[in-house]
Design a protein around this ligand. Sequence first.
Ligand SMILES: NC(=O)C1=CN([C@@H]2O[C@H](COP(=O)(O)OP(=O)(O)OC[C@H]3O[C@@H](n4cnc5c(N)ncnc54)[C@H](OP(=O)(O)O)[C@@H]3O)[C@@H](O)[C@H]2O)C=CC1
Ligand SMILES: O=C1O[C@H](COP(=O)(O)O)[C@@H](O)[C@H](O)[C@H]1O
Length: 528
Amino acid sequence: MLTSGSNGPSLSMGADSSGGNNLRSESFTEEKYVDDSLESGCLSIVVLGASGDLAKKKTFPALFNLFRQGFLQANEVHIFGYARTKISDDELRDRIRGYLSQGKGASVEHSDELSKFLQLIKYVSGSYDSGDGFTLLNKEISEHELSKNSQSGTSRRLFYLALPPSVYPSVCKMIRNYCMNQSDLTGWTRIVVEKPFGKDLSSAEELSTQLGELFDEQQIYRIDHYLGKELVQNLLVLRFANRLFLPLWNRDNIDNVQIVFREDFGTEGRGGYFDEYGIIRDIIQNHLMQVLCLVAMEKPVSLKPEHIRDEKVKVLQSVLPISLEEVVLGQYEGYKDDPTVSNNSNTPTFATVVLHIHNERWEGVPFILKAGKALNSRKAEIRVQFKDVPGDIFKCKKQGRNEFVIRLQPSEAMYMKLTVKKPGLEMSTIQSELDLSYAQRYQGVTIPEAYERLILDTIRGDQQHFVRRDELKAAWEIFTPLLHKIDNGELKPLPYKPGSRGPGQADELLERAGYVQTHGYIWIPPTL
Ligand SMILES: NC(=O)C1=CN([C@@H]2O[C@H](COP(=O)(O)OP(=O)(O)OC[C@H]3O[C@@H](n4cnc5c(N)ncnc54)[C@H](OP(=O)(O)O)[C@@H]3O)[C@@H](O)[C@H]2O)C=CC1
Ligand SMILES: O=C1O[C@H](COP(=O)(O)O)[C@@H](O)[C@H](O)[C@H]1O
């Protein structure tokens, strides 16, 4: 979304306390891709599955942060929780209160805002497949609209499905039948759906067809929270607004690209869900593939959501079928001790998969996707490794190649590993870095949570950072044959120790794919 419109202040980064550049820069204000007239007035946000984990940990805190920052106006917005559990408004408020006060930038002064925010929340109890609950929900929303709409006559209804996908079709049918925005008022009805969108190509397509019969694609927001992360959002800017990268970003200069997700904890508390999906469905097919699209796609015609998504689809469609020799799966020891995990589970908790993109820019460049639970560290990063310098007169090949690393989390940073002259009288070389560490460069700036931005986008009607149906289909096409082989037990995950780097075979695959590890590089963190 490119303008703040009437929905509150711009999401730019705020003042630079270092006294340097003012980061409250223009937010691409020249072109508007949404109809502003539809983006103000009475707004009802309905969180379906309000009693659940996602709602309390992510959805409500994101809404609270938007409220705190003025993006949700008390005179326009009302928030409805909906779930089967029979609780009162106050009981829902009590359940979520603790999660709201823990958010980024929270402080005691927020307690006044907190109580104002909680007063905006109403709870409606009902089932996900019968008309009674949704009729009641519609009545509550309509009453709110009547009370707020003395003049403007707007009905904006956002339904956030914090629910398991198995109930998406019935819930969407209920919304369609009972809860659409009032036809005599201006506005819209939008649906936000969480992953997993299906388990393979056919189930995803079936789900898409079911939702597609009820809502237009423009009304459906398939959320992938990685698209809301600061450094993921920075990728297009980095690639297409910097002359430096334009000529380098291709097979002539880049040897291999790694996109890595590591967690230093296991599936505790989520074993039942995870065992059904595994690391490829949980992380790689969606989060890492979305990142791959932004790293590998061609320049879009403009920043219009459809132009961006057209390019993402092209990349996905250019990915060659996965070769089993370029896959390493792992399962951490102790995973099956979880009583909610089956004793003979074949589910991978770790995977390294090498993808090849068959196009002019990337032919021959392996994209190595790596994700794992219960490893030795927590991080998500993109590592672009450049080729060796031809005619190396300094004989510094052994010290390492140029690498451009974009660390999505923790501690957002970008750094370029370079060979430089070692300071001193001798002419020798050393590995060093050009370093943009966000905490140091943007002191005092709070980086918004992914969910905050993405929910704001749904309210503003910007689908740029949401997954389109054909993107989803193309991503499932890549992974479905591999997933079916794992599901059928034809491929077995290798055991690895919790707290390790995962199976050693994954590092061997990395090496076979062409990655050259830098040895002896020592980073000295800057002192703030
Ligand atoms: N601004 C900043 O915050 C900066 C931080 N640094 C820090 O300096 C340190 C070194 O940086 P850098 O060299 O980029 O990153 P790392 O040393 O973390 O990793 C370099 C590469 O080597 C791989 N690797 C690590 N251990 C092994 C192993 N035993 N066998 C095979 N492969 C391995 C990593 O894979 P895998 O991803 O699987 O671990 C990664 O691809 C890091 O801690 C980094 O965060 C450096 C520069 C700037
Ligand atoms: O979608 C998911 O993401 C989380 C990791 O999210 P992050 O923002 O903390 O990187 C992961 O733990 C979870 O298994 C997965 O479903």
